[in-house]
Design a protein around this ligand. Structure first.
Ligand code: FAD
Length: 267
């Protein structure tokens, strides 16, 4: 018996995505349930009126090293964080993390992203468990403003999706010794071989602040990698909202191609 597959209808304008989509799924939360725990050290950090609770977490963790809760240097939280970064004491930044949900990015992009190991965790859309007959394709920035190129690119990509659909449906009609679930996995595994690098990926990614800083440092300013630059700029924007001092040595600018770049300022 054939494995049942719903027929899918496509509208061309919903098949393409032009911009990365990024949202914060989770972030570290300051939860100092008992501030008196520090009382025996003579002084302790109060949590009220904290502008950036995530930076406060890092400050408390850092001050634990020297029991400097009484703040002998008189630095506020922001200055304390900037000093940690300046001194390269970045292991303290590992105490806070963000989880982002990314879509509108290509599988080529996520293949580069998942090369980052230290401090990162990933959960990515499966090409085996998810039917890709209605998947979107990420239009490369370089092509978006070139009508002639864009039209032929779209034609090529849609033809590849057509080949994917034909393969899935033809393989589905063949007899198979595999049980339903494994048959579907096998059909999709074979059919995905004709999907292009620009097929949309969806990925949840968690990393600590130190790891995000490393990512932005090595990825944000690669001029020829516009998709990476665009995601880096979105990331930096969201990270700075929560922890401006932790990322104050990163800035965003635009290159002459009109797309953003993230640069690390060497101090
Ligand atoms: C411009 C550019 C071009 C690239 N081109 C290619 C390419 O052609 N082919 C290719 O395969 N990759 C390529 N890469 C990917 C690159 O080699 C890294 O795999 C990727 O950038 C992740 O960097 P990372 O290892 O520093 O990051 P992470 O894995 O996040 O590691 C962070 C840091 O932790 C330390 N670390 C992590 N794991 C180890 C370990 N096992 N041993 C010792 N120290 C460790 C290192 O100091 C490392 O810098 C490219 C990257 C860039 C930015």
């Amino acid at each position: 018996m054939n494995t049942p597959f719903p027929k899918t209808q496509f509208a061309d304008d919903t098949s393409f995505v032009y911009s990365p989509e990024l949202s914060v799924l989770a972030r570290s939360q300051l939860s100092l349930s008992d501030e008196n725990i520090f009382a025996r050290f003579g002084s302790f950090p109060r949590a009220e009126n904290v502008s950036y609770p995530i930076e406060r977490i890092v400050e408390i963790a850092g001050r634990t090293c020297y029991l400097s809760f009484s703040n002998p240097s008189g630095r506020d939280t922001g200055e304390y964080i900037e000093n940690l970064v300046r001194q390269g004491h970045e292991s303290v930044l590992e105490h806070v993390s963000w989880t982002f949900l990314l879509s509108g990015v290509s599988r080529a992009f996520t293949h580069q992203l998942v090369r980052h190991r230290a401090g990162f965790s990933y959960s990515q859309l499966s090409q085996q468990y998810v039917d890709h007959r209605a998947i979107r394709f990420v239009v490369p920035a370089e092509i978006q403003s070139q009508p002639g190129l864009l039209a032929s690119w779209k034609g090529t990509v849609l033809a590849q999706r057509g080949a994917y659909i034909e393969l899935v449906e033809s393989l589905n009609r063949l007899p198979s010794p595999l049980k339903s679930r494994e048959k579907i996995r096998s059909m999709r595994s074979a059919a995905r071989s004709v999907l292009p690098n620009c097929v949309e990926a969806v990925i949840a990614v968690t990393a600590n602040a130190r790891s995000w800083r490393h990512f932005l440092d090595v990825r944000g300013a690669t001029e020829g990698d516009v998709e990476m630059r665009r995601v880096s700029a979105l990331l930096l924007h969201l990270l700075k909202q929560d922890a401006p001092n932790m990322f104050s040595d990163f800035s965003q600018a635009s290159l002459s191609d009109g797309w953003p770049i993230v640069q690390k300022i060497v101090r």
